[in-house]
Design a protein. Structure first.
Lengths: 270, 273
């Protein structure tokens, strides 16, 4: 318990320091977020056109609109970009300098993740606000704070899931020379399976069983579905259960692989 | 004009010869990194496959959208792949370095060379492996055209090729202009992301977008000239008027970018001095 409290304190201090440091590049964050909402807006316009000209979609205009407007926030909030950096630290032996510090090796990465998201949020929220306002007539806004609370919880779980998967891929660098192809593969596969290119609700009937239960759905699509609204009460609970289950399973696997990797780790000079 | 060249034409000819050397060097370089060639090929194919997913899903719900059939949109995805492949081969490796050129002072070394600095900065580096994506784009285009039962004549093919050319020039001009903002902003790496994300709009025919967005995608971010218009030319429903407008816009865009470059250079004060 003591170790946990200490780690949390370290993460908090490092996050604050990171925010101060990163806010120097606030202009860059705004431009980054501008790039981030391009794709959802393009997809939104295309699917609305399809609906307007009579395409028979399994979801209505309100679902599509809410989905793509919120998509940018959720992909940003659950993203993780550490794998390449962590793998590099492992390969070049930089991990050694973290191992002798009195906090978790991952504290730096957690702080980096939190601080960048904090700053990105400031850039992103006004942009999403504008898009929301433009499409306000066809947005699904759930009544009551219940759904929004679940939305927040689900984003948190999704972020943990992506972060864990990212560590898992990076820890393969303990044995492999180059994991960049794996990192790229994860990004490409996840972009389709997580629902960030096309809503999973539009996937063909034959793929339903697989698409609805694979882990990537719980990294982006599921949180958005909570607000965009098609989920019934039992479906919601089951989904959250699945999400929590995936976080626990991946955390366990990652922990195993990571600790095996640390034992195999031999840096130059260590 | 430098004393190296007797006339303006000699100068262009010299730059063309130089560019041929750049290309030859890039090919030799690529043969040293065969794994890079293979991963670029594989990643390109996977991205092409996944990039077609939204189109296929879309036409699972409707047979035709605003006069475009599924086969025609597949042909359009092929053209998109060709254009993005060409940009990734010849332009991206250069404009992605823009920030480094300015912040590390590498521009000093470029300015000292007896070549047009803008030419050198925009076209010096070539990523040959990306040409595989152009090849796969041609394959997808042919598949789309065959499925759509289109057999364009020579005139239509000329129209399409000229339009793709103007589209490339226009998009390069826009990206260059965005990158040259580095003179005033210092770091422009994120601007490259905005460009690439906006490019994605070129995966779909122009008429799939609302009218205001169509204007934006034709004149401000002219991706329409690179993908929609060439395919319409191949389908035979585009006159030479559009081709003329495209060429005119391309010339204007080049002049404007040239002007912006000159203005930017005036503000450059080297990174070391």
């Amino acid at each position: 318990m003591n170790a946990l409290v200490r780690n949390l304190r370290v993460v908090r201090r490092m996050t604050a320091a990171d925010i101060a440091q990163q806010s120097v590049y606030r202009g860059a964050w705004i431009i980054f977020m501008l790039a981030n909402i391009c794709m959802p807006i393009i997809s939104l316009l295309i699917w609305r056109t399809a609906l307007a000209s009579g395409a028979q979609l399994p979801v209505d205009e309100r679902y599509i609109t809410t989905y793509f407007v919120l998509l940018g926030v959720v992909t940003m909030a659950t993203s993780s970009w550490m794998a390449g950096f962590l793998a590099q630290d492992i390969r070049l032996g930089k991990l050694s300098s973290w191992m002798i510090r009195p906090a978790s090796l991952l504290a730096g990465f957690v702080a980096n993740n939190l601080s960048e998201k904090f700053l990105k949020l400031f850039a992103l929220v006004p942009m999403i606000g504008i898009v929301w306002w433009i499409f306000r007539d066809s947005m699904n806004i759930p009544a009551g704070p219940g759904r929004w609370a679940l939305f927040a919880i689900s984003i948190l779980l999704g972020a943990m899931l992506v972060f864990t998967i990212d560590i898992l891929i990076a820890s393969l660098a303990f044995w492999m020379d180059d994991v960049s192809a794996l990192v790229q593969a994860r990004v490409i596969i996840a972009s389709v399976l997580s629902g960030s290119v096309v809503p999973l609700a539009l996937m063909p009937e034959w793929s339903r069983g697989f698409v609805d239960h694979q882990p990537f759905r719980y990294t982006v699509s599921f949180p958005v579905e909570i607000v965009a609204g098609q989920l019934t009460g039992p479906e919601l609970l089951a989904g959250l259960g699945f999400q929590l289950g995936y976080v626990v399973v991946f955390a366990a696997i990652t922990r195993l692989v990571w600790s095996a990797g640390i034992r195999a780790y031999s840096a130059v000079g260590a | 004009m430098s004393t190296l060249d007797r006339t303006w034409w000699h100068k262009q000819w010299r730059h063309l010869r130089l560019w041929r050397r750049f290309f030859a060097q890039a090919v030799v370089r690529e043969t040293h990194f065969r794994a890079h060639f293979l991963t670029t090929l594989l990643v390109g194919l996977v991205q092409l496959g996944l990039g077609i997913v939204p189109t296929l899903l879309l036409f699972g719900f409707t047979a035709e959208l605003h006069g475009w059939s599924r086969a025609e949109v597949i042909a359009l995805v092929g053209v998109f792949q060709i254009v993005t492949g060409l940009m990734a081969t010849f332009v991206a490796p250069n404009l992605n370095r823009m920030t480094t050129y300015l912040t590390e002072g590498e521009l000093d070394g470029v300015l000292l060379r007896p070549v047009s600095s803008q030419f050198y900065l925009t076209l010096r580096w070539i990523n040959v492996a990306e040409l595989t994506n152009v090849a796969s784009g041609v394959a997808v285009l042919v598949i789309g055209l065959v499925q759509a039962d289109l057999s364009p004549g020579a005139g239509q093919i000329v129209q399409a090729v000229v339009l793709v050319g103007t589209g490339l020039v226009l998009l390069t001009a826009v990206w260059s202009a965005m990158s040259f903002l580095a003179f005033w902003l210092q770091s422009v790496n994120p601007i490259g992301f905005v460009f690439l994300n906006l490019m994605e709009a070129g995966r779909y025919p122009l008429v799939f977008f609302p009218v205001a967005v169509r204007t934006f995608l034709t004149f401000a971010f002219p991706v329409a000239f690179a993908t929609t218009f060439p395919v319409r030319a191949l389908a035979g429903d585009l006159g030479w008027g559009t081709v003329g407008v495209g060429v005119g816009l391309a010339v204007v865009a080049m002049l404007l970018v040239r002007l912006l470059w000159r203005r930017g250079l005036l503000t450059y004060s080297s990174a070391s001095s």
